[in-house]
Ligand binder design. Sequence first.
Ligand SMILES: Cc1cc2nc3c(=O)[nH]c(=O)nc-3n(C[C@H](O)[C@H](O)[C@H](O)COP(=O)(O)OP(=O)(O)OC[C@H]3O[C@@H](n4cnc5c(N)ncnc54)[C@H](O)[C@@H]3O)c2cc1C
Length: 620
Amino acid sequence: MALNPLVDSRDVRFVLFEILEADKLSKYEKFSGFDRDTYEATLELAEQLAVEQVYPANAEADKTGAKYDPKTKTVTVPEGYKAAMNLYRESGFSGLGNDPEWGGTGMPEVVCRAIMDYFSAAAVAFITYDTLKGGASRLIENFGSDELKKIYLEKMVSGQWGGTMCLTEPGAGSDVGALKTKAVKQADGTYLLTGQKIFITAGDNDMFENIIHPVLARIEGDPPGTPGISIFIVPKYHVKPDGSLGERNDIMTSGIEHKMGIKGSATCSLSLGDNGKCVGWLLGEERQGMKIMFQMMNEARLDVANQASGCCSAAYMHSITYAKNRIQGSDPAAKGGAPALIIKHPDVKRMLLWMKSQVEAMRMLTLLAAISGDLSHVEQGEKAKEAKAMLDFLIPLCKAGNTDLAWLVTSEAMQVYGGYGYCSEYPVEQFARDCKILAIYEGTNGIQSMDLTMRKLLMNPEMYNYSVFKKKIAETIEKAKGIVDEKYVAAVRDGVTKMDATVKKLAELRDQKKMLDILAIATPLQNAMRMLAHAWMHLWSMTVTIPKLKAIAGDIAGEKVVNLVKDNMEAAFYYGRVLSARFYLGSEFKHFQGYLDYITSGEQAVIEAFDEIFTGALPQ
Ligand SMILES: Cc1cc2nc3c(=O)[nH]c(=O)nc-3n(C[C@H](O)[C@H](O)[C@H](O)COP(=O)(O)OP(=O)(O)OC[C@H]3O[C@@H](n4cnc5c(N)ncnc54)[C@H](O)[C@@H]3O)c2cc1C
């Protein structure tokens, strides 16, 4: 398969089929209707659509952006999105992960996420419309009454109707429990809602006939904070008994944000109940809103991780293409000072290998999280429990890890381009602008780091999630023996030992109730844990790539192998994968120790810093 400058379909297939062996999921009843051929055909179609239809709309959407008309209070999306969304719908991608009962394909999540890698590479802003709709539809699938399912699901799954998630309000961002939107029960069992929601992705647009909003609100009289929150389904248009659209519901768009990136994604302010007529239907039970919304939030966190790995992959693919064509300076490895492509310079190779190793690790970990989700549904007993623990542990790691890296990887892509990378004539600066939001929305990375440190690690009963994580790493270490050079195996083994010692010290702080000390190092801990997870992924990859390279080339290094690799794309792929794994484990992973030293330093400067040391710098 030929490389194109946008999506890395060879690497996506490697992770899906050679590392995670996703095709083996067909042994479970739920996925028995799929096989490798079905997945291959779907991947090919997705690649074609992403590259030929969605990506061409990306740069234009960045220029025009979504538009709000204050007179009609309506939002229009960039023109190119409409045609692309029609094809996306017609090709069946809208309902790929939904239950077949409602018209979905029911494909494993791991395959859906591999496909999202392509669409995120093509246009992060575009894919937000579908991911939010998908999450909202699955909330109704799992928690909706039969009536709600019957009214909404088929049209959401087909992509005729859109969806959102409405949590944020002016005074309730990270602290969702502070929300003020109010719900009052009516005699017919519905609720009337009043309030303001802000920053709502895809909150309004002209791509969908109707938009279905899951809205968090507090029923009058219910307690403050998260325990008092309920969740309601609020459609933009009411739906008549025959399924056709009725009157406009009293949920109106009051504006959209003007942003640094993802300009084609409409970020809307919504006003509920200005005329006292915003009707909502309770989803699940009263005061279960946060518990229910967590299903969508967890899904959305992986969506964001997916957006990061896809977009970074595109930035990396563009960088290779540029470095293969830009001539500057002379080749330091050749005699005679012949003009060199910049890909020949060791510092440029370093940047490319760094990007390659990060993108590969992000992709492997995100798809591992996805297949863990699949296995948690189809496995039984201990295996299902372990798969769920793995998923829970990986969600904040993928969300925060991928998205912190996304800003760095896309920035490095600009660096490879030199001055042209900073100019809008070339696409990489858009990738960087589009990626910045990923670290902020769907729970900032600070909040993700605290989730990892507290709920998923230190407060998790007997640190079960972490013990499953370590157990799986130990299995890879065992498998790597005799295949992978001991120095790379030892890097991961020592990494686990050192992380264990660090976690033990944090547990002591927890037992001493020194919570401020723990909260102050949550982000460095997340960084260190992400590095350990990525090191594990690279070691795992070597257990596959080394035998395959040996089978093709007879060895993994030496002149004969290098010569063969230059003419054999398969060998080149495995050789490149071995090199990026060696780079990660042998060079990049050295930073891991720095994070651990930071975490265990006992330095109290952050704890001792009080407001005035910062505010003193402000004009008095
Ligand atoms: C383009 C865009 C799209 C969005 N889409 C949606 C959407 O579809 N639906 C939706 O509901 N929301 C959406 N949001 C909102 C987004 O999820 C919030 O912006 C985000 O959760 C942060 O809230 P905030 O902006 O109020 O920041 P704040 O909560 O005020 O946070 C500011 C800073 O303080 C830190 N902080 C806050 N509280 C704590 C704490 N307890 N401990 C440590 N640090 C803390 C944060 O990490 C951050 O660094 C979107 C936002 C944007 C910009």
